[in-house]
Ligand binder design. Structure first.
Ligand code: 3PG
Length: 306
């Protein structure tokens, strides 16, 4: 049984060692494809793999087709918009994620971004503090909850909107649940985005929503670039020179943002949210354990394609 770890953005070595230990303890073989530059390398590597562990790597119909022996793909992380679920289901391939395993890492980066933004990107001028400010958590999943936990240490006022999470759950965390996303954007000084990229959410952060933001608002995106309507955000930031945008997912129009808003826009060159040894270990080893449990006992607990 061959388990392939295919990561364009590699895990920390300590995490790979942990994955290897899990796989070998189960009597399976580990294959590693890191920092690949061509899709063909992935197509070749999956040809004889029984199981696949990926991060944001694209697993489309072509990859599934090339993986003749594949029975399971685990996305070591939360968002699985990089995997063609229909193609996997048709090929009888089980797809899982590892929910919650990297969410603290992403949530910590939100605060790195927030401090960076309110201190004017460390340009030497007087900024503001997070204390007492209203933070709007856009979706209250694993990352949103961790953001709320950390924000309490900064003494922020917390608000959240989540279309699926019951208001009681949000309230129990000491966070004020709001009943619409418009209300969230209208009432918060800072917005932290945690929605997945789905057909419903793509480009959903658009002109009408952005237009609700109060003066001096900061938008932090550690979710997905696809949820932003980039044209609308560029137009909005052009008309409102008080707005800042800090993102962990480089927009398609990064060059335009950089040129037009050099002091109000920042993007990491590569998604860094889950790039900690701890998150790599948590998500990577969880993925390996889920694969072993799937093969040994038929455990499909974290399956996302039905
Ligand atoms: C996730 O969905 O888990 C995060 O966006 C992290 O993605 P990454 O594993 O590609 O860093």
């Amino acid at each position: 049984m061959k388990i392939l770890v295919a990561t364009d953005k590699p895990f920390a070595k300590v995490a790979v060692d942990g994955i290897r230990a899990e796989v070998e303890a189960a009597g399976y073989e580990l294959a590693l494809l890191e920092k690949y530059t061509e899709k063909q390398q992935l197509l070749d590597a999956v040809a004889d793999a029984d199981a696949l562990i990926v991060r944001s790597d694209i697993v489309d119909a072509e990859v599934i087709k090339a993986a003749k022996k594949l029975k399971i793909v685990v996305r070591a992380g939360a968002g699985y918009d990089n995997i063609d679920l229909d193609a996997a289901t048709k090929a009888n391939v089980c797809v899982m994620n590892t929910p919650g395993q990297n969410s603290n890492a992403v949530a910590e980066l939100v605060f790195g971004f927030l401090v960076y933004a309110v201190r004017n990107f460390y340009n030497g001028t007087s900024g503001t503090e997070l204390k007492g400010k209203k933070l709007g958590i856009h979706a209250y999943g694993n990352v949103g909850r961790n953001v709320a936990r950390i924000a309490k240490g900064f003494d922020m006022q917390l608000f959240a909107y989540d279309a699926y999470c019951p208001a009681e759950v949000i309230k129990n965390d000491g966070v004020t649940p709001l009943t619409s996303v418009e209300e969230l954007y209208a009432s918060c000084d800072m917005i932290s985005i945690h929605i997945p990229a789905t057909p419903e959410t793509k480009k959903s952060i658009n002109a009408s929503l952005l237009g609700k933001l109060p003066k001096g608002a900061v938008i932090v995106n550690t979710a997905r670039k696809e949820v932003i309507n980039e044209e609308d955000l560029i137009n909005f930031m052009t008309s409102r020179n008080d707005i800042k945008y800090v993102t962990d997912i480089m927009p398609d129009q990064h060059a335009v943002f950089s040129e037009k808003f050099p002091e109000r826009y920042f993007s990491t060159p590569k998604k860094m949210g889950a790039q900690t040894a701890e998150a790599n270990i948590n998500a990577g080893i969880a993925a390996a354990k889920q694969i072993v449990a799937f093969f040994k006992t038929g455990d499909e607990r974290f399956r996302v394609n039905k």
